[in-house]
Ligand binder design. Structure first.
Ligand SMILES: [Zn+2]
Length: 415
């Protein structure tokens, strides 16, 4: 019975993504031959068509990855793959902490074995073909090695801590796991910008003196410490341009890609910075963290309840007694099921994210020049070959940022 429900959930999620994909490709292709009126003269037909072709090429690759992902989900959850993996681990290393670690490691390996080849094809296939890739094979594999080492260094203690808490606390284990995840996330927000990201990229203060002075005045006006503004050598890997705000407390910073700085004039840089400062002043990161704390507590409460039900284990072919002796098995099973449910709620988080983008834009329009922001957005669109004509439903579900057209339309500029 449970197997049938899960098989249907996998099929429903897959078909939903396919339907969105199909809409997106159809919509982008239908608008490929004409630059939207609002952008006539600002974006060339060649750039517009490149964005359409690039969007469709990425969709095609995504389809292949989704097919492999759905097959894996079916094998693990419906075909008894997870139960097989768990019993093999128990047979080899037992139900202790080592067993938990081995099971989590085996799953991580399986998922990495799928995502790494797709990353490779995305970088040296699609990105290369559209002239965006600047990474080399050496850099790609060096990055991969660093990521694997970092994942092991962080995941082993995390898994062991969760495993320990789950064994010690009986029925209330999920509250402890929540506490561990909260601590882990806070730690990540403190060390990712300051320690982890510098392992992959170089971060330096903006060198241009004139620009620096402008930024300092802007930062002062907005109550942000200008020392937190960095240039990142994004050009090392890709021609895409970007800017983002990250971190909390002493680790908070605004990062501008060198690729973006190359194309923007100082006024535009100031406008982009004002947008990122807006995310900080309007407390968007803190709000997202608080929301995810509430959601994850509710989700873990559900995991806690399920972990006490024999049918939950039996439904996936696990021996309930053995599974209880190894609490992490139930949690990992739950984590594998989660995407089948969360996909239906993704539209909420993308909606909130888009509201935040509009708020940061309007903040930028108050503290910098709205025209400059509009020009910067057009340049960003070109650097990233983002489609100006996404399907509205696809966009509502998948896009964390409104389209450039929607963002410019809300800016207080004469048209
Ligand atoms: Zn933003």
């Amino acid at each position: 019975m449970l197997t049938i429900v899960v098989a249907l959930a996998i099929a429903a999620a897959f078909l939903f993504e396919r339907w969105l994909d199909w809409r997106q490709v159809r919509h982008v292709a239908a608008h490929r031959d004409e630059v939207p009126a609002a952008f006539a003269g600002r974006i060339s037909l060649a750039d517009h068509q490149k964005a359409a072709d690039y969007t469709i090429a990425k969709q095609r690759l995504g389809l292949k990855q989704d097919i492999v992902g759905a097959i894996l989900s079916l094998a693990l959850l419906v075909g008894g793959g997870f139960a097989l993996l768990q019993s093999a681990t128990v047979a080899m290393v037992g139900t202790g902490a080592l067993g938990s670690l081995a099971l989590a490691g085996a799953l991580a390996l399986i998922f990495a074995a799928i995502s790494i080849p797709f990353d490779y094809v995305a970088t040296f296939g699609v990105e290369q073909r559209f002239g965006f890739n600047r990474s080399t094979r050496l850099l790609f594999f060096t990055d991969l090695l660093k990521s694997i080492l970092l994942t092991v260094a962080f995941m082993v203690p995390l898994v062991l801590a969760i495993d320990y808490a789950a064994r010690q606390l009986g029925e209330a284990w999920w509250i402890a796991v929540w506490g561990i995840l909260v601590a882990f996330n806070v730690l990540a927000l403190l060390i990712v910008p300051t320690v982890i990201m510098p392992l992959f990229n170089k971060f330096e203060p903006l060198a241009d003196q004139g620009l620096k002075a402008r930024i300092e005045t802007l930062a002062q006006r907005c109550g942000f410490r200008a020392r937190g503004v960095f240039k990142m050598d994004g050009s090392k890997r890709s021609g895409h341009g970007n800017a983002f705000f990250t971190g909390i407390g002493p680790a908070k910073r605004i990062v501008l890609f060198d690729t973006l700085l190359e194309t923007l004039v100082p006024g535009e840089v100031e406008a982009v910075l004002a947008h990122e400062i807006g995310h900080f002043r309007l407390r968007h990161i803190v709000k997202r963290i608080l929301a995810s704390l509430v959601v994850s507590l509710a989700v873990l409460a559900l995991a806690g309840w399920l972990s006490r039900q024999d049918w939950f284990y039996a439904g996936f072919g696990l021996d309930p007694t053995v599974a209880r002796a190894m609490p992490l098995a139930g949690l990992l099973l739950f984590v594998l099921l989660l995407p089948l449910v969360s996909i239906w709620f993704r539209i909420i988080s993308t909606y909130v994210s888009r509201v935040h983008e509009f708020e940061a834009d309007s903040y930028a329009a108050r503290h910098a020049d709205a025209n400059d922001l509009a020009n910067a957005l057009v340049k960003l669109q070109r650097d990233n070959a983002a489609t100006l004509t996404p399907d509205p439903i696809y966009s509502a579900v998948n896009h964390s940022h409104p389209t450039i057209a929607q963002r410019i339309a809300r800016l207080p500029i004469p048209r």
